[in-house]
Ligand binder design. Sequence first.
Ligand SMILES: [Zn+2]
Length: 327
Amino acid sequence: MRGSAGVLLVLAAAAAVLVGAIVGQQALRPAESEPLLASTAEPAAELSSAMDLPEGALRGSDGSGMQAPLPALTAMPAPAGGATAAPVFMAAATARPTATPLLTRVPKPTLSGPRRVGIQAGHWLTQNAPPELRRLLTQTGTSWNGINEVTINLDIAERLKEILEPQGIVVDVLPTVIPPGYLADAFVALHGDGDGTGANSGYKMAFSARRTPHEAALMDAIKAHYGAATGLPYDQFRISNQMRGYYAMAWTSNKWSTAPHTPSVILEMGYVSHDRDRDLMLNRPEVVAGGIAEGIIRFLETHPREKLFGQDLIVQLPAPRTPTPRN
Ligand SMILES: [Zn+2]
């Protein structure tokens, strides 16, 4: 009996540590001043089916780089302490304080072979969007003086592939609809901006909540090298919730998104509507692609696979929507 009591004590202590860690994480991350798209996602109950993908759905021809369909999400309380020895960490928690947290564990993935990077050319092949993503069909990208953003995005994506692959990094140039649960060492969505006036200039970056602890490092690495290479200002005051809730990173509400373990960021490279920014992206694309590539390489150097994929993720899911009573 003494043995059982001891085990119980250990379990209780471990549970307390885990809960403390989660509470601490929440305390460290003040509530977002603006709601994230992810927090207005479908109710958790619907997520399980959304994540249950047909076997082999939309995989690459060789299956590489594509994670097996994610396991169905299981909404569960904080795992009983001591149940697993592996350390866990938690992606950003944004639930309202009164809501009972719904946590899910995302098992650590396995990715073998060379380092792999997904570069999404924003708006490329948007016409292939499935019915679930039909809202994207009208988002064809900005344009100015006959220059379309998608042309720039695709050109830079292909240049990145040309720069990174000789370094031994496999690059997937991805369209609007990315493979479900896309797994890679890094994912960067490329876009260009437009303000309709030609006044604004600069580049912007963002990542979503409910992801890995490594997004900030990926963003900072690209931000630093991109800024230095291009000389563009960082337009931090116009970063939108649309960027933070970017659909291709919002795995809790969209299956055509990166796997939760894939460090994922979006980069608005500059304003297509601004003369200097547009000139840079059109006429010095090697500078644009070079800056992004340097940031990605720096991130990969400091983030080996063991660091990226060595732990399960414990993620707080969006609170289920309360049905609005009629009358
Ligand atoms: Zn765009």
